[in-house]
Design a binder for this molecule. Structure first.
Ligand SMILES: Nc1ncnc2c1ncn2[C@@H]1O[C@H](COP(=O)(O)OP(=O)(O)OP(=O)(O)O)[C@@H](O)[C@H]1O
Ligand SMILES: [Mg+2]
Length: 453
């Protein structure tokens, strides 16, 4: 990532000298001579470091410094002062400038200050990244569907192409987006997410593109939009199917041109942003209904990736349960509770309409609420205890050696299910099944069925 430096100094000599040495070091440099130009520059571009001369022809340098410090988080500003105004420079560092340099500028001193300032900025960004990564981006699951998803992300993540993630609520779209960002060259730049469904229609443009002071009632100061915050990083447009057609048109334009204007502003702002979008809607259907722009769809779905619902990858349930139980236990400093085999089988039978998010919340609840160390069928809430399991055709997909093996597999599951429903009471189960108690007992032995307590 090439770092960008802005030089604000009314002396052409200083501008040229600084530009020369900084460009030689491989930085991208812009140089301007007035406060007005400086404001224009940082409105349209984000900088990693600014050199600021406090004696400018059109403004008080202190005021400009103050503006920059309040507008940008962690932007190092190096004040350049001439002879005789060192006092002012000292005052500037007290205000929050990173450091000051006296003219004439000594090359080595300039470079040392620049390196230190950028190192500190990089470190701060990394710390922020790390705290982001505190919620890890590892995708748990070994089902064929999950393995496919992981390998798609391994390929699409580093590509810098736009990705559209499609899946029901709670399937892991945001997690997949973070993973793709982490795998990309943009990993040290920000991952900025916008939930298009959560922002009121009147505010979404300002949220995405920012606004100028006075653009509308309530716009009491300039504001940077999400697109600009994500410059050189990734913008995660969540619930993209919920944008109005008007907003869609603006987003489309921003994507086509990689630039846009703030609400109430006219200077074009240039950004380098990778967009990853997500939706739980069927966008093709939305297009049919005239609610989603087809051209935007094609822009977003350069690489479409589908995340299947949990009920279509039930094999993943046990590992996810263990993962969430262990994570919760670690957080709380306790021993994780475990699920008895039959209870786990029920979790696999349940359809999880809220997908992984629902499973995660459920596991956390059980860790808190279940009385013992082992969670049994009886501890499960009714909808899960009585879950029907996969539809018949899924049972048919399993490869059996012959009819006998298929019948045995079915019989075993059927008995397990009924036994669990009767809370492990063999006599009552025998009655329900229309079998002699001793006959059922022999089958339980033969199939090695655990009687739930
Ligand atoms: N494969 C997985 N491995 C581990 N954790 C997962 C996995 N999939 C989802 N999760 C976890 O489940 C929760 C829901 O995932 P996420 O927020 O990414 O889903 P989403 O599709 O964005 O959901 P929504 O549509 O509700 O916004 C998160 O806590 C996430 O960390
Ligand atoms: Mg989400």
């Amino acid at each position: 990532m090439t770092e960008r430096i802005l030089i604000v100094d009314d002396s052409a000599g200083t501008r040229d000298a600084l530009t020369g040495i900084l460009e030689d070091e491989g930085y991208e440099v812009a140089a301007v001579g007035t406060a007005a130009e400086a404001r224009d520059q940082w409105r349209i571009r984000s900088y990693d470091l600014v050199f600021l001369d406090l004696m400018l022809p059109d403004a008080d340098g202190m005021e400009l410094l103050d503006e920059a410090l309040s507008d940008f988080v962690d932007l190092p500003i190096i004040v350049v002062s001439g002879h005789g105004n060192v006092d002012l420079a000292v005052k500037a560092t007290r205000l929050g400038a990173y450091d000051f340099l006296e003219k004439p500028l000594a090359l080595e001193r300039v470079m040392l200050t620049v390196h230190n300032a950028l190192d500190r900025r990089r470190m701060r960004r990394e710390i922020e990244q790390l705290s982001h990564h505190l919620y890890p981006t590892e995708l748990i699951g070994d089902s064929p569907a999950m393995r496919r998803l992981k390998s798609e992300l391994e390929r699409a993540g580093p590509s810098d192409s736009r990705i559209l993630l499609m899946g029901e609520n709670g399937t892991g779209k945001e997690l997949a987006a973070r993973r793709a960002h982490q795998l990309s060259a943009r990993t040290h730049a920000p991952f900025v997410d916008v939930n298009c469904a959560a922002i009121p229609e009147e505010l979404i443009e300002s949220e995405l593109f920012g606004h100028r002071k006075g653009a509308f009632t309530g716009a009491t100061s300039d504001r940077t939009g999400r697109f600009q915050q994500a410059d050189r990083g990734t913008l995660f447009l969540d619930e993209v199917g919920d944008m109005s057609l008007k907003t869609q048109a603006k987003v489309l334009r921003a994507l086509q041109e990689q630039r846009f204007e703030r609400v109430g502003g006219s200077d074009p702002i240039q950004v380098d942003v990778r967009v990853i979008a997500a939706t739980n809607k069927d966008l093709e259907e939305e297009i049919q209904e005239g609610r989603f722009r087809e051209d935007l769809y094609f822009r977003l779905a350069v690489i479409p990736i589908e995340i299947p619902p949990l009920r279509e990858r039930r094999e993943d349930v046990p590992r996810l349960v263990e993962h969430f139980a262990a994570a919760y236990a670690r957080e709380q400093g306790r021993r994780p509770k475990t699920f008895a085999e039959e209870a786990m089988a029920r979790l696999q039978s349940y359809a999880w309409p809220g997908n992984v998010r629902e499973l995660r919340n459920f596991v956390e609840r059980m860790m808190i609420m279940a009385p013992g160390h082992e969670i049994t069928v009886r501890d499960l809430p009714a909808p899960i205890r009585n879950a029907d399991g996969p539809p018949l055709d899924e049972l048919l997909d399993i490869e059996y050696a012959d009819l006998r093996a298929a019948r045995a597999a079915f019989e075993k599951r059927f008995i397990e299910r009924r036994l669990a429903e009767q809370g492990g009471n063999v006599s009552r189960t025998a009655e329900v099944l229309g079998l002699e108690r001793s006959h059922l007992y022999r089958k339980i032995k033969a199939y090695d069925i655990d009687i739930p307590r």
